[in-house]
Design a protein around this ligand. Structure first.
Ligand code: ZN
Length: 228
């Protein structure tokens, strides 16, 4: 082929492929994929946190890193939560807003595939439910890991970082700064009032003790999500 027709052919291929790689097309595909996942999740009573609890900020730590030393979640994993748990979180969010705080969600529904990876990395029953003993309640979307931030999203001091496996992670830890202790108590009391249970080893973890409508273990595969 002479250089001119070759150039025309190359331009033609470029023109044909343009809509597939344009930013608009990519975000449309992303929206479609998210909508498909949300439709499937609904069948398991899981709803997207961002619409069910719009007051909450979302910062899913396992998209960034984990005790396994690498992200457990794909970057596009939606933050899902059991529908009735979301309703309770909304009430908590409204109560805390009166004190100038918002909830920041670190983890909610956790695909069992990721839970297994977390267990493989931590292997400490104080912090992770061993898969041999059953699934974490996160896998049903009724456990939440969260912290407090200011209403404008600014961080506030809390007893420890997420997944800091130290004595400061204990839900009864009240050492150090009295303001931090008061803040933690405010969060725990608001959560308990809506029927959440705290656990000894992690101040950021809460279980919804009475999710309505039943619970089901939901895997990433069930929702058509590919794990890393
Ligand atoms: Zn948790």
């Amino acid at each position: 082929m002479s250089p001119v027709p070759r150039l025309v052919a190359a331009l033609f291929v470029l023109l044909l492929s343009y809509p597939l790689v344009s930013g608009g097309q990519v975000s449309w595909l992303k929206r479609e994929r998210n909508a498909a996942v949300a439709r499937k999740a609904k069948r398991y009573l899981l709803v997207p946190m961002e619409t069910a609890v719009p007051e909450a900020r979302i910062d899913m730590r396992y998209k960034v890193t984990s005790a396994a030393g690498k992200p457990l979640y794909p970057a596009d994993l939606p933050c899902l939560v059991h529908r009735s748990t979301a309703a309770k979180l909304r009430l908590v969010a409204k109560e805390l807003a009166e004190h100038g705080y918002a909830l920041k969600i670190w983890d909610a529904w956790r695909p069992p595939e990721a839970h297994q990876a977390l267990w493989d990395a931590v292997r400490d029953e104080r912090f992770v439910v061993p898969p041999s003993k059953g699934l974490s309640w996160h896998c049903y979307g009724v456990s939440i890991d969260l912290t407090l931030v200011r209403l404008d999203g600014n961080e506030v001091a809390m007893p420890s970082r997420f997944d800091e496996f130290s004595p400061r992670a204990a839900s009864k830890y009240r050492g150090g700064d009295p303001e931090v202790a008061r803040r933690l108590e405010l969060l725990q009391n608001a959560m308990r009032r809506q029927g959440f249970r705290t656990i000894e080893s992690e101040w950021w973890h809460f279980d919804d003790m009475k999710p309505q409508g039943g619970v089901r273990n939901v895997t990433a595969a069930d929702l058509g999500i590919r794990m890393p």
